[in-house]
Design a protein around this ligand. Sequence first.
Ligand code: PGA
Length: 250
Amino acid sequence: MTRRKLVVGNWKMNGLKRDLGEVRAIGAAAAAHPGVDVALCPPFTLIADAVAASPGLVIGAQDCHAADSGPHTGNISAPMLVEAGARTVIVGHSERRADQFETSQDAWAKAAAAHRHGLHVIVCCGETEAEHDAGRAERVVQAQIEKSVPDEAAPDWFTLAYEPRWAIGTGRTPSIEAINAMHAIARAKLKQLVGGEAARGIRILYGGSVTGANAGDIFAASDVDGGLIGGASLTAAKFVPIIEAAAALG
Ligand code: PGA
């Protein structure tokens, strides 16, 4: 099964209205490369503005609550995201696991809620440096996938992102072989959970210090279907070369 490359920008807690020019430029690059899927996840406060600035670009969110509404001060629900114009959402990002103590079960519930409301869902997994050094990465990632991926996950609404925490924002990346090996392990785990056909179609993104310089080599690996990009998605100057690298691979 051919899996179209997907490149997702995660602006994290960055972005003000003055940055909407970057959204427009990223949207123009996405439109110029119709062979690759592109999404951009700005902070909640910019979602509606980003949609207005670049109506053709898929705009997403970086989290959502598992409930539709209720007494959850400071949280944002999936229907709110839909109303703001978001079409996709990242859940279970390692920064939320670390800063907000979110678990894989939380990611599962958020993914299910987002899917109920028609959002595309990107569930993140990835080991810490200590787990990596202790040789536990494989087991950690398998357990995260088992607990956070809904049984009904399917390629048209679900994407997995493998992001070793020690590679996020550090400029360090695993070797291409190590990335591809972990993606193959993740795909095998998905197969157990959702069946072979769905697992062959679900895209698995790599995240962690992807740049215009390394994206082509990383995305060319057989089990890597694109990237989840933090720092290098903040400006069109840095993000567009990553979109181009994905487009060049067809
Ligand atoms: P980075 O972040 O590209 O800045 O390493 C990736 C991510 O956290 O999604």
